[in-house]
Design a binder for this molecule. Structure first.
Ligand SMILES: Nc1nc2c(ncn2[C@@H]2O[C@H](COP(=O)(O)O[C@H]3[C@@H](O)[C@H](n4cnc5c(=O)[nH]c(N)nc54)O[C@@H]3COP(=O)(O)O)[C@@H](O)[C@H]2O)c(=O)[nH]1
Length: 859
């Protein structure tokens, strides 16, 4: 059987502790109890031994008469005879005065004090269970009598009953030891317990208190160890500053009755850092006070407060039900732009945009026992500006109530930086257009949902004409501004569902969906070409660039991004081939041509760096004297694998990719340097491309070539075509006049082809007209060419402009041209273009021939 501890309310009175140690089941081995009998009082011990003698042999219990009625003498005062007639029904058949006092009830059937009945019943049951083995049951009981705790040893024995079931005889012995209940309670707690008596003033109002009793805990807390505080007035123990306040709280308890809890830190000898929590209960003019030392808690709170207030992290304490701020630190006030005082009258909703209120509620209603929770959201400052925040919250107990300790991390800048980074990853920094990656992504998406029934998809691949030349000559800031302006113009061309992207350099892409067919794509492409062709004014420069566009359509030209981009790119090259400001649709078979052209472009750029270019010179011969008057410089490309590449194959491409500008400057420098070595009466003619006029600084290039070579300007002849006067004529005319002003002469090349407008001859005083070789080659056929050559020769003669016939290959042509009044010839009949090394011998031969009157000598 185990020790039992039961706690029962007895008649609504004080709590009684009853400890029962039932030994009825304990075995007795070889006549010796296993439990110690050392604490058994002598009377009980005697009784115990007598009983043991009587029951030998075992299993025979003594008759009722022998034990209950016989020979007990004064032990009968401390004995009771009990039985249990039904479960829970305890009868006391007989009880001596001592035991009667314990059970605090006269011995009557069925009316026993409940605080004793449980114990008696337990002893009865233990004895009855063990009766066959004749074991007694023993226990100790306690009771409070007159404020003293008394302890009793109890022994229960079975006795036989000739009229029915065995009975149970209980013997009780009160121990000498007694405790004061109040002392016991007082000493059992570390808390201070004080009994105060009210002192009333003449109006009978409570005004002070006298200490009636206190325990060690109270003496320790009030730091008056050794000094008897009993009889002292409470007011004497309180520091002046807090005295009135503290007394008022105690008086309030008395006046209002009941109990109250409050804090005091004003006890004189307790020290300023001692904080006591007071629980006071009034009973008439007596006040029972429990004092608890909460100094540590307050110290922790102070540390917490210091950490809280001084933390650079915005922090607030928030009521999870009302969302009211219970505390905020300076960092939070600074973050939200409100004062701390204002915030203490506000709720979390006042700093949260309304759209996020549900989030805030859900966040606050999470499991309060949970760990730190995190919410990413927005807060609002006093100026209504919004912040991106991460809110961490932890449920804590703050001053005996639930609260949420909330820290706020302002991630506005971080968030914006991330958004910026994400934007930068998908957009071109210069134009802010989507980049190739984003374009591809959108193209993939559009292809995935492409439904030909709903319309086709067109990919427009744009490349700006002449951009590189502008960039190289006017500088990158102008180039950048031009690209931005082009981007703006493209944006204007778009519908909301279109996408325009900059792929890099001067390449752009446009994605358009829902097209009925190629016709719709062509009209959009020409609209874009026209839009980009309109002049741009950048930093005072009027720039005309134009664009070429390659178009690939889905589903016809491919269903993958890669294929469509590749096909549109190929179509673009074709568009460029076909002349600028044009667009072209992808056609199967373009691939090979485009590849060849790409290779040429790569080769051309490399050739410039590798010094694969050389100038050949073709003599210009006076038809009057037969003397060489000068040489035309003609560019040649020594390709490492293809051999000598004629300029007609690479000049157009180098114009397109802007390479003509540096290449043209090289030609000028080289030709002038070469001519400077010739006899002083010989001129050198250099071809200028219209691109050099448009994007290069021709005047500067000419000046620097002359200066570097030392060639007099009068010995340099510049050959231009009418295309230079077609585009940007005003600016180009101004350049031509500037060049003429330097002293160089200017020839109109390839006259007769193109528009051959006579107005050009009026617009600028050309020094020479070069009749295109296509007319000369067909002179023998008679007809138009003869008439044209005759007209041009006559025009030159009447305007006083020299005329040079190009491509003279036969003596007949020569004779006819001389006869018609042409002043100069150039052609294979005299000499093809030759390397510079051949010039000296040629000049020598020409001189010799003229001196021997042989006229023109073919070389
Ligand atoms: N911008 C620059 N253009 C240049 C430069 N060097 C050449 N070119 C232009 O390339 C075109 C082709 O030139 P090329 O292959 O050198 O042809 C020239 C002559 O070889 C050719 N020619 C001369 N005589 C005859 C002849 O009797 N028969 C015949 N079939 N061809 C002949 O004519 C070309 C010279 O023409 P032109 O310039 O019009 O005087 C050509 O358009 C060049 O201009 C350069 O450095 N820059």
């Amino acid at each position: 059987m185990s020790a039992q501890a039961t706690r029962r309310e007895v008649d609504g009175g004080p709590v009684e502790h009853v400890a029962a140690d039932m030994r009825g089941d304990r075995r007795v081995a070889q006549g010796r109890a296993l439990v110690s009998t050392a604490r058994r009082p002598p009377e009980i011990e005697t009784l115990h031994l007598a009983w043991r003698a009587a029951i030998v042999p075992p299993n025979v219990i003594p008759p009722y008469e022998e034990l209950a009625l016989g020979g007990l003498g004064r032990l009968a005062d401390s004995a009771a005879l009990i039985r249990v007639t039904a479960p829970g029904q305890l009868d006391i058949l007989m009880a001596g005065p001592t035991i009667e006092a314990w059970i605090d009830q006269p011995s009557r059937r069925g009316a026993i004090n409940p605080r004793s009945s449980g114990l008696l019943r337990a002893m009865h049951d233990a004895v009855m269970r063990a009766q066959k083995k004749s074991y007694p049951a023993e226990t100790v009981a306690h009771a409070v009598v007159d404020g003293l705790v008394r302890s009793y040893d109890l022994l229960a024995l079975p006795v036989s009953n000739r009229w029915g079931p065995p009975l149970c005889q209980v013997y009780m012995k009160q121990r000498e030891q007694r405790y004061s209940l109040v002392d016991a309670i007082f000493s059992a707690t570390d808390e201070g317990v004080v009994a105060l008596a009210v002192i009333r003033d003449e109006t009978q109002a409570a005004c002070d208190f006298e200490i009636v009793a206190l325990n060690d805990g109270a003496a320790r807390l009030l730091k008056r160890g050794g000094v008897d505080l009993r009889g002292r007035r409470l007011s004497e123990l309180l520091a002046e500053g807090g005295r009135n306040g503290a007394l008022a709280r105690f008086c309030g308890v008395v006046e209002n009755g009941g109990s109250a809890r409050f804090e005091i830190d004003a006890f004189l000898d307790a020290g300023a850092d001692t904080h006591l929590s007071v629980n006071a209960s009034a009973m008439g003019d007596l006040v029972a006070v429990t004092l608890t030392d909460i100094s540590d808690i307050r110290a922790r709170e102070t540390s917490f407060r210091l950490l809280f207030d001084g933390s650079p992290t915005p922090t607030a304490l928030c009521d999870p039900e009302t969302f009211r701020f219970l505390a905020v630190n300076d960092a939070a006030a600074a973050l939200w732009g409100f004062s701390r005082e204002d915030l203490l009258t506000m709720t979390a909703f006042d700093v949260t945009p309304e759209e996020d209120w549900d989030d805030v509620r859900a966040f606050a209603s999470r499991d309060p026992a949970g760990a730190v929770a995190q919410r990413i959201g927005r807060h609002m400052r006093s100026d209504r500006s919004q912040l991106d925040v991460i809110v961490h919250s932890r449920a804590i107990i703050f001053r005996d109530r639930h609260a949420h300790l909330v820290t706020i991390i302002d991630v506005t800048e971080k968030q914006r930086a991330e958004v910026r980074l994400a934007h930068m990853a998908h957009h071109d920094a210069l134009t802010d257009l989507p980049n190739r990656a984003l374009f591809r992504q959108r193209l993939d998406e559009e292809l995935a949902r492409l439904d030909p029934e709903q319309g086709q998809l067109a990919l427009f691949y744009l490349d700006l004409d002449q951009f590189k030349a502008i960039n190289d000559t006017l500088g990158h800031p102008v180039g950048d501004a031009l690209l931005r302006a082009v981007a703006d113009r493209l944006r204007i061309c778009l519908r909301a569902t279109d996408i325009v992207a900059r792929f890099g350099g001067d390449e752009f892409g446009i994605l358009r969906t829902g097209l009925a067919g190629p016709d719709e794509a062509s009209s959009f492409a020409s609209y874009v070409v026209n839009a980009v062709s309109r002049p741009f004014v950048i930093e005072g420069h009027s720039l005309e660039i134009g664009t070429s566009i390659g178009i690939a359509m889905a589903p016809g030209d491919g269903l993958s991004s890669d294929l469509l981009l590749k096909n549109a790119d190929m179509a673009l090259y074709r568009a460029k081939d076909g002349g600028r400001r044009a667009f072209h649709f992808f056609e199967p078979g373009m691939d090979a041509r485009v590849r060849a052209r790409r290779l040429l472009e790569i080769d051309l750029r490399r050739a410039m760096a590798a010094g694969e270019f050389e100038l050949y010179y073709q003599p210009l011969v006076s038809l009057k004297s037969g003397a060489i008057t000068g040489f035309e410089a003609l560019l040649r490309w020594h390709h490492p694998s293809r051999g000598l590449v004629p300029p007609a194959e690479f000049i157009p491409l180098s114009e397109e990719i802007g390479l003509i500008v540096p290449l043209g400057e090289w030609v000028l420098r080289q030709a002038c340097a070469e001519a400077a070595r010739w006899p002083a009466n010989l001129k050198v003619a250099v071809n200028l491309s219209s691109v050099q006029f448009k994007t290069g600084n021709v005047t500067h290039a000419v000046l620097s070539a002359l200066a570097n070579s030392g060639l007099p300007a009068s010995r340099l002849e510049l050959e231009i075509t009418e295309s230079i006067l077609l585009a940007e004529s005003e600016a180009n005319l101004a350049t031509l006049y500037r060049l003429r002003g330097l002293g160089v002469s200017v020839s109109m090349d390839d006259f007769g082809t193109g528009y051959s407008s006579l107005s050009y001859l009026r617009a600028f005083p050309f020094d020479k007209i070069k009749i295109d070789r296509s007319f000369v080659s067909e002179l023998s056929d008679g007809g138009d060419c003869m008439a044209i050559v005759r007209a041009v020769a006559g025009l030159g003669s009447s305007l006083g402009i020299a005329t040079t016939a190009e491509g003279v290959e036969t003596g007949e042509q020569l004779a006819w041209l001389r006869n018609e009044g042409c002043t100069e010839m150039q052609g294979y009949y005299f000499s093809p273009p030759v390397p510079a090394s051949k010039i000296a011998p040629m000049l020598k031969a020409n001189e010799g021939a003229r001196s021997s009157c042989e006229g023109l000598v073919r070389h």
